[in-house]
Every structure is written in C-alpha cells, then in structure tokens.
Design a binder for this molecule. Structure first.
Ligand code: MLT
Length: 410
C-alpha cells in the first residue's frame, strides 16, 4: 500500500499565505462590497520595466524563427545572464564571484526550499525567529525538524529569537549548529545587519564548520551605507556561505520567475568518512537532474535589468515602494503603533496593540479597515505579538489603507 511521507503530517495545516488568502476570500464572500487592500504577501504591483519588456518581446520573436529558435538551455542558466550578474551584482562592488558559481533558477523560494536536500539529514538547522516559513517547512518535509510544540516550535530546530528585546539582532547559537539560514534585509522584520554584525556570523561559521544560507532577495531596498548587499562583501564568506538572490522584488518578476543562487567554488562539505565534496558540484548535480532551466525569453528579460535603462527603471520602482514605506511608517507613528523596518526593506514590522495577538490584529484590520497584512505568528513563535505590512501596493492604495488604519483607535 502507498504510504505518506509522515514528515508532511508534522506541518501546519496550510502555508501562511494560503491561509491568509482563504480568510480574505471568505471575508470577501460575506462582504461583497468590501474594498479590500492587500498588504499581506510581499507581491509587487508595478509592471515590468520597459527595458525588460522589450528584451522579453525580442526573445519571444527569436523563438518564433527557425534560425533563432532555442530548445533546452543549460540547466545552470545561459552564460549571458550569469556573466551579467557576476559583473553587475558582484564585480562592480569589488566582490569576486565568477559566472560559473552562479545558478539561474525560477525563484529564491524554490532554491531556499530545495538547497537543504544536498545536506545530510543529521545536520542541525538554525533559523532566526520570526523567519520566512520556507526555510523551516522544507526542513520539516525532509525530516530534520521533528514534531512541533503548541506554539509551532519544532523540537529538532534551533531558533534564534529576534524581538524588540534584542533589537531584532540574532545572537550566535549556544549549541552546535550546522546549517544557518539568514535573510537580510530581513523578511519579515525589515531589519538589517551591519557589515560588522554579519562578519560575526561569517567568523562563527568558519570557526564551527557550519554553513550559512544567506537570502538576499531584498538587497535592492538597502538605502543606507554600511549594510552589505551580499554576504561575500564580508571577508572569508566564500568559504562558508551560499547566497540567494531574486529578480522578483527588485524588477517585478514575481509572476515572471527568475532568480539565482551563488555557490562559491571553495565550499566543501564532508561525507561520513570525512572525504570532502564540492557543494557547487552537489548543487549542479541536483539541478541537472531535477531542473531544466528558466525559459530563454525570461533570462533575456532578466539580462535587461542590467542595462542602464533597466537600472534606471528598477531604481524608480524601488523609490516608489520606499515612498510607500515612508507613508506607512509616518501613519503608524501618528496612530501610536510601534514599528520597525521599512527603511532598508519593503516590510514594516508592527508591534500589535496591548492585549491583541497577531491574528486578532489581523481580524481587526480586515473587519474594520478592510486592510490585509500578515500576522507575525505565521513567521514563527517569536513573531507572536507582531504584524507585517508590505510597501508593495500602489501609492494610492497605500495612502487609502493608512487613512483607514489612522481612523481606528488602539
Ligand atoms: C512574503 O510575503 O514573505 C514573500 O512574498 C514570499 C515570497 O517571496 O515567496
């Protein structure tokens, strides 16, 4: 008889953003006239940059002609895009990453979810708490996490709390950990680490033989100096870190799908006999078996992000979202709500009012302001008592949502 992968039974019944959608749809059914403003999932609203659209069209036309048609591309991505990334995202910042250390994919969600499968099941996994749920749930599915307690804390994972009390800066783990997921600028708290703070993690990983899985999907939102855009800006990081990047949040590719993962050549992990194996080769082996690459037109579209025109346009979109973030911050201040983030990240992390938990605050905003956000508890036990808003809606809707929230009394 077919049996289930019992690790799946350890998961919460639904993924946080699916659960929110379910509740919002139910609310909309009951209130068909409600003008709901969605500031829950971090999905962009601005259209693709013109430079990107033009390159996309041109590549589709190439696919329509016998002479320029392309079938399967390289599983790792086309050299034109890998080279553009190495040059523009890394070399231009003085960071040494070569094109063959870059793997193009259809999303940082997939890559951060899939990466764990090349590592042994006995590795101890550390996550910041709150955290992007994909890191936790992909390890639950693999069998590394064990059962969860009533707060949703898995017994086999090491949680690094990030709360007001420690200014959302995780402490180095007290116990031995092997794989460490870090996301900066942070989803969901919108906070960042300085180069010095990140260097402590790199040094820790080098001393303890652990590996950092660094999600930098929001790096384009960094406005201030002294905050690394890549973990490889920190000395020694090439030996201990994999980095995940995405075109979703900087160039509007949430629906178009393109991202990349950087696996430096010198990263190695031992097998049980102590023999070392190249992580880049392991990831390449995984990808060539399970992935057939991102479509040619999408990769040409992503390449156009690096043209001067593309750069100008993505900067405009980021400025637009960051102006939304400013409006959200100022309105929350006026409403007397404490908040964090929204300065170097498109997320604003709100302390829920006294006596209200995350889901109660969600219900209040949905019922009384018709505004959707994400309850902090959906990101982990230490997210209870917090609530996330995104700056990704339109300027008009953001202003409207904040006017409605300002009218509520907390
Ligand atoms: C989020 O809202 O946390 C993100 O949009 C989720 C994602 O990028 O997959």
């Amino acid at each position: 008889m077919v049996t289930v992968n019992e690790n799946y039974l350890l998961l919460k019944s639904s993924y946080i953003f699916s659960e929110i959608n379910r509740r919002v749809e139910e609310f909309q059914r009951k209130n068909p006239d409600a003008d709901i403003i969605r500031m829950g999932i971090g999905d962009v609203t601005r259209p693709l940059p013109e430079a990107v659209v033009e390159a996309f069209h041109r590549a589709v036309d190439e696919m329509a002609e016998e002479e320029t048609f392309r079938g399967y591309g390289p599983e790792q991505g086309y050299p034109f895009l890998r080279e553009a990334i190495a040059e523009n995202d890394y070399a231009s910042r003085g960071v040494d990453i070569t094109a063959d250390e870059i793997f193009i994919s259809d999303g940082a969600k997939c890559d951060t979810g899939n990466i764990q499968e090349i590592f042994g099941l006995d590795n101890v996994v550390a996550v910041t708490d709150p955290v992007y749920p994909v890191y936790v749930e992909s390890n639950v599915m693999a069998g590394r996490a064990g059962p969860a307690d009533d707060d949703g804390r898995y017994s086999g994972l090491v949680y690094l709390p990030c709360t007001e009390e420690n200014s959302f800066i995780p402490s180095l783990p007290e116990e031995r950990v092997d794989l460490i997921y870090l996301c900066y600028p942070n989803n969901p708290t919108g906070t960042t680490l300085t180069e010095k703070q990140l260097a402590e993690w790199v040094d820790y990983a080098r001393d303890s033989g652990s590996l950092i899985l660094f999600d930098a999907a929001y790096e384009a939102y960094i406005q201030e100096d002294g905050i690394p855009h890549s973990i490889y800006e920190v000395e020694g990081a090439r030996e201990v870190a994999i980095e995940f990047r995405s075109f979703s949040k900087n160039a509007g590719f949430t629906g178009t799908r393109c991202a990349f993962t950087v696996v430096p050549e010198e990263l190695e992990v031992p097998d049980s006999s102590g023999r070392m194996h190249s992580v880049r080769e392991l990831w390449n082996r995984r990808q060539t078996t399970k992935f057939n690459g991102v479509s040619y037109p999408v990769q040409r579209a992503a390449e156009a992000v690096y043209t001067p025109e593309g750069q100008r346009e993505i900067r405009e979109s980021i400025d637009y979202y960051m102006e939304n973030a400013r409006i959200i911050r100022e309105s929350l201040e006026r409403a007397g709500l404490r908040y964090y983030g929204g300065v170097n990240a498109p997320y604003i992390w709100i302390r829920t009012p006294e006596g209200m938990d995350s889901w109660q605050f969600f219900d209040t905003l949905l019922n009384d302001a018709e505004v959707v956000g994400t309850p902090g508890s959906g990101f982990g036990p230490s997210g209870e008592g917090y609530f996330r808003l995104t700056a990704f809606n339109s300027f008009r809707n953001t202003v409207k949502a904040m006017e409605r929230i300002s009218e509520l009394s907390f």
